[in-house]
Design a protein around this ligand. Structure first.
Ligand code: BES
Ligand code: ZN
Length: 461
């Protein structure tokens, strides 16, 4: 079914109001990892529930041990197919604060973008579906299929509650397709459908040396220095050529096939533009693979943060008592987070020198995913994107992770998993000055609406 003109017109007429409403949600600092923001996270959930209710959804806020899961349904007819919309209303911490041109939770319009933490990841993107549904309902009074919504508040901390939620609410989550807009186009104006995501294995490493900080003159020479020990251990995780040195790390890696490498090479990738955006002179990484391959189809290891000792003004002669680091690994298909967790822990423990205590704590992990591209729902999504963006999408793999995707695929058996990023890679997700292009926001609403019309036939049963 083609989307009626009137629905697109309705969307266009409601542009400014859509932005104003999105700004309301962006004003709520729903930082899921920070206990100081627990009440704010709940406010964002309540705001979203209110919006769903206004559309006619039967909605409940399910409590978890941390942040609530929103489940809602707007069912029309059991004989029609069902689409589940997944998104997350939580955001990453906004720091470093002094790098924001306008404050992270005071949404501000500049040059056709809305700037705020969560603008693209993921408030601005999941909200497109609510605006699409609203326009459709205003014009038609009823939906062409059944719609369910699952909007969570723990995506940015690894979705710890969703597994048990999906076990106890398996029936609710039953659907013929799931739409997730929590990634990006290949580049602004080149829309994409994502068929691969990397997995993640995330650790904290703590080193404890002497009981307290020591005078480095009186005691230097007789104690192990935790910062030095940590630096040595971290340095041994990677080889100078950029590969990961943990034994067995690459054992299960699914190698890229020739067709896929060819397809990736044909994407309109501009290396100079990427370097310019990043402010670096060269791109680095594993030899033998192109930047696109390294960014989305090869595993990596990165130190996310490191601390210990004195970092104030001037000099303090001290041997710190402790040091720590956060280390994460991005995983690719066939690697398993559980296996990599074990290899990492063993490697770190084997490196621990005498004179310090080493603690290795797994923070979270999820498996990588590859998604079928030839399912009818995916083809319907390609048509919908063509309507919304005026251009057919390319197929890409993304380097990021969306933990629920493996759950949808492996546990719930979904085949039509539609990863439709409306954002752009330079939106600055997780960075200061995160933004979302208003044009992409409107294109997203149009595509989401077109999808609602394309799916019933594609999924017809
Ligand atoms: N929206 C991202 C996932 C993403 C990033 C998809 C880039 C495609 C391209 C999501 O909100 C996210 O940041 N996920 C985390 C998951 C982690 C906390 C388990 C990530 O990838 O770091
Ligand atoms: Zn994110």
């Amino acid at each position: 079914m083609m989307i009626p003109r009137e629905v697109l017109t309705k969307i266009d007429a409601g542009r400014q109001r859509a932005v104003d409403e999105l700004a309301e949600l962006l004003r709520i600092p729903s930082v899921s990892t920070d206990p100081h923001h627990t009440a704010d996270v709940r406010r964002a959930a309540e705001w979203t529930v209110e919006r769903l209710k206004r559309l006619g959804f039967q909605t409940t806020l399910h409590e978890t041990s941390r942040h609530p899961v929103i489940y809602g349904e707007l069912l029309r007819d059991p004989d029609l197919p069902t689409l589940l919309i997944y998104g997350h209303y939580d955001v990453q911490p906004p720091d470093p604060l002094d790098e924001w041109v306008s404050p992270p939770f005071s949404p501000t319009m500049r040059d056709g973008f809305i700037y705020a933490r969560g603008a693209t990841d993921n408030k601005g993107q999941f909200f497109t579906y609510l605006k699409a549904l609203e326009a459709l309902l205003l014009v038609e009074g009823r939906l062409p299929l059944n719609v369910k919504a699952l909007i969570e508040g723990e995506e940015e901390i690894g979705s710890p509650s969703l597994r048990s939620f999906s076990e106890s609410h398996g029936d609710d989550l039953r659907a013929d397709a799931v739409a997730i807009s929590d990634g990006s186009q290949f580049a602004s104006g080149i829309p994409a459908i994502t068929y691969g995501l990397r997995g993640l294995s995330y650790f904290q490493v703590d080193i404890q040396g002497p009981r307290f900080d020591l005078h480095s003159g009186s005691f230097g020479g007789v104690v192990a220095n935790p910062v030095q020990v940590l630096a040595d251990m971290l340095a041994r995780l990677k080889r100078p050529d950029g590969t990961v040195a943990i034994p067995g790390f690459y054992d299960d890696v699914l190698e890229l096939e020739r067709w896929e490498r060819k397809e990736m090479a044909a994407l309109p990738f501009d290396e100079a533009q990427l370097k310019n955006y990043l402010g670096v002179e060269v791109l680095v990484g594993e030899a033998g693979y192109t930047p696109i391959e390294r960014k989305c189809a090869r595993p990596t290891l990165d130190v996310n943060g490191i601390w210990g000792g004195f970092s104030g003004e001037g000099a303090k002669t001290v041997i710190p008592a402790k040091a720590g680091a956060k280390v994460s690994m991005r995983l690719v298909p066939r690697q398993r987070a559980a296996t990599i967790d074990r290899l990492f822990e063993e490697f770190i423990r084997a490196q621990a020198p005498p004179g310090v205590k080493v603690r290795v704590t797994s923070i979270h992990g999820n498996d990588p995913a590859l998604i079928a591209r030839d399912e009818p729902g995916v083809q319907a999504a390609a048509r919908a994107i063509e309507i919304g963006f005026g251009r057919r999408p390319v197929f890409i793999r993304e380097g990021g992770s969306i933990p629920i995707v493996t759950l949808f695929k492996d546990l719930l058996g979904y085949r039509n998993i539609l990863l439709l990023g409306w954002g752009s890679p330079d939106d600055g997700a997780h960075s200061p000055n995160e933004r979302f292009s208003l044009e992409d926001f409107y294109r997203g609403i149009r595509s989401a609406a077109a999808l609602l019309y394309e799916l019933p036939e594609a999924l017809g049963r």
